[in-house]
Design a protein around this ligand. Structure first.
Ligand code: T3D
Length: 267
C-alpha cells in the first residue's frame, strides 16, 4: 500500500486534510501532490463535506516543493539534461491551485508553522487563512533562482499591493504570522496552542452556513477583481438571482422570521 501522505479526518461537515511528511517539513513530492488532489476531489464530491480544513503535521505547514525530489531537482551531473519545471507546474501544481480555488465548499488553511514557496502560496490561495503565532511565510523562490509560482504573482499584489508584494518576492525573507496579518496577507493569528481548536471552530461554523452562498461569494469576488464597477454590479445581480431561487435563501429568511436557527442544505 502507498504511504499515506495526507491524513484525512471527517469531523461532522468538516473534512480535515493534514499534509503528512513531517520529517521533510511536508515538502511536496509528486506523490504528496497527487494524494492531496485526490483528497480534495473526494471532499468536493462528498455531500456530507461542507468545509475543508487544510493543515500540516509536525512543526511546518509545508516547505514547498521537495528540492530533493530527483524528478525536479537539478542534477549535479554536468552532462545531465535540465528538467522542465514548467512541466511540473502544469502537471501537478496548477490543477491543484485551481481545484483549491474552485472547491464547492469553503477552504480554511490552518498554518501551523513555516509555509515556504509553493507551501505558502497554496495556503494563501485558500478562502480564510489562520496562522499560529509561531508560523511564518517565505516566498523562498528568489533564494533558489525562481519566481513565485502556485499563484504567487497573482495573489501577492492583490493581497498586499505591488510594493509589499515585490518586497516579499524579491527578498524572500521570512514574514512572521503577526506581520502577515498586519499586511492583510492572512486573516487571523492565534496562539500556537490554540490553532487547531480555533481552526476547527471556524471550519465548523462555515460548515453550518449556506455553502452555496459562500462559494458564490468567493466566485463573485474573484471575478470582480477583473471587472469594472458596473459589470461587477451586474455579475452580483446574476449570481444573486440564482441564490434567490435556492433553498437556503428561503430557509434563511424563514428562520429569521420564525426566530429559529436555519438549516442550510444547498451545496
Ligand atoms: O521545482 C519545481 O517543481 C517548481 C516548483 C517550485 C515551488 C517551490 O516551492 S520552490 C521553493 C522550494 N522551497 C524552498 O526553497 C524552501 C527550502 N527550505 C527552507 O528554506 C527551510 O528548510 C525552511 C525555511 C522551510 C525551514 O527552515 P528550518 O531551519 O526550520 O528547517 P531545516 O533544518 O532547513 O529543514 C528541516 C529538514 O527539512 C532538513 O532535512 P534534514 O537536514 O533534517 O534531513 C531540510 O533539508 C528539509 N527540507 C526543508 N525544506 C525542504 C526540505 N527538503 C526538501 N525540500 C524542501 N523544500
Amino acid at each position: 500500500m502507498s504511504e499515506q501522505l495526507i491524513q484525512i479526518e471527517q469531523h461532522g461537515g468538516v473534512c480535515l486534510l493534514r499534509l503528512n511528511r513531517p520529517e521533510a517539513l511536508n515538502a511536496f513530492t509528486s506523490a504528496l501532490l497527487v494524494q492531496l488532489r485526490q483528497a480534495l476531489e473526494t471532499a468536493a464530491n462528498d455531500a456530507q463535506t461542507r468545509c475543508v480544513l487544510l493543515t500540516g503535521a509536525g512543526r511546518a505547514f509545508s516547505a514547498g516543493q521537495d528540492l530533493a525530489d530527483p524528478h525536479v531537482a537539478p542534477s549535479r551531473d554536468p552532462g545531465a539534461a535540465p528538467k522542465d519545471i514548467g512541466h511540473m507546474l502544469d502537471q501537478y501544481y496548477i490543477p491543484l491551485a485551481l481545484r483549491l480555488r474552485s472547491m464547492p465548499v469553503p477552504v480554511v488553511a490552518a498554518v501551523n508553522g513555516v509555509a515556504a514557496g509553493a507551501g505558502a502560496n497554496l495556503a494563501l490561495g485558500c478562502d480564510i487563512v489562520l496562522a499560529a503565532e509561531g508560523a511564518s511565510f517565505i516566498q523562498a523562490f528568489s533564494r533558489i533562482g525562481l519566481l513565485p509560482d502556485c499563484g504567487g504573482t497573482w495573489l501577492l499584489p492583490r493581497l498586499v499591493g505591488r510594493a509589499k508584494a515585490l518586497e516579499l518576492a524579491l527578498l524572500g525573507d521570512k514574514l512572521k504570522a503577526v506581520d502577515a496579518q498586519a499586511l492583510g496577507l492572512i486573516a487571523r493569528v492565534v496562539p500556537d496552542a490554540e490553532l487547531q481548536d480555533a481552526a476547527m471552530a471556524l471550519a465548523q461554523k462555515l460548515a453550518g452556513m449556506p455553502t452555496r452562498a459562500l462559494v458564490e461569494t468567493r466566485r463573485a469576488m474573484d471575478e470582480a477583481l477583473k471587472l469594472d464597477y458596473e459589470p461587477a454590479l451586474k455579475r452580483e445581480a446574476a449570481l444573486q438571482s440564482q441564490l434567490g431561487f435556492a433553498h437556503d435563501y428561503l430557509e434563511g429568511v424563514a428562520a429569521f422570521m420564525d426566530k429559529r436557527q436555519p438549516e442550510f442544505k444547498d451545496r
